[in-house]
Design a protein around this ligand. Structure first.
Ligand SMILES: [Zn+2]
Length: 104
């Protein structure tokens, strides 16, 4: 039985990997979310997508799904990851910057 709450044993993240609470279904892997809202992404999925410790992940709701994707800096207008410049902590690509310049 897994303990939750203030008195739950502190288990380092990698230790929780060894305790496999997952259940495979025909469409994927089912895992429980803990009392703090944490959910472990299966190691094989992280390895496949080259998601490593310290990487940033973007979480979004799309209709009735939660979509988690690796966060790469991208243009705020077109999502391109090429030729980025930073303005007010936002990324914008050279093409969009040129389009904006041409519009004014
Ligand atoms: Zn762009």
């Amino acid at each position: 039985m897994r303990e939750y709450g203030e008195n739950a044993p502190i288990v380092p993240p990698e230790k929780t990997e060894e305790i496999d609470y997952s259940m495979r279904t025909s469409t994927g892997i089912v895992r429980s979310i803990d009392c703090l809202g944490r959910f472990v992404i299966p190691k094989e999925m992280r390895r496949h997508l080259q998601i490593n410790e310290g990487d940033l992940l973007e979480v979004a709701v799309e209709q009735d799904k939660i979509v988690i994707r690796k966060y790469d800096k991208a243009c705020v207008l077109c999502s391109s990851t090429d030729n980025l410049s930073t303005f007010n902590e936002k990324q914008i690509c050279r093409d969009c910057l040129n389009k904006i310049k041409a519009a004014f």
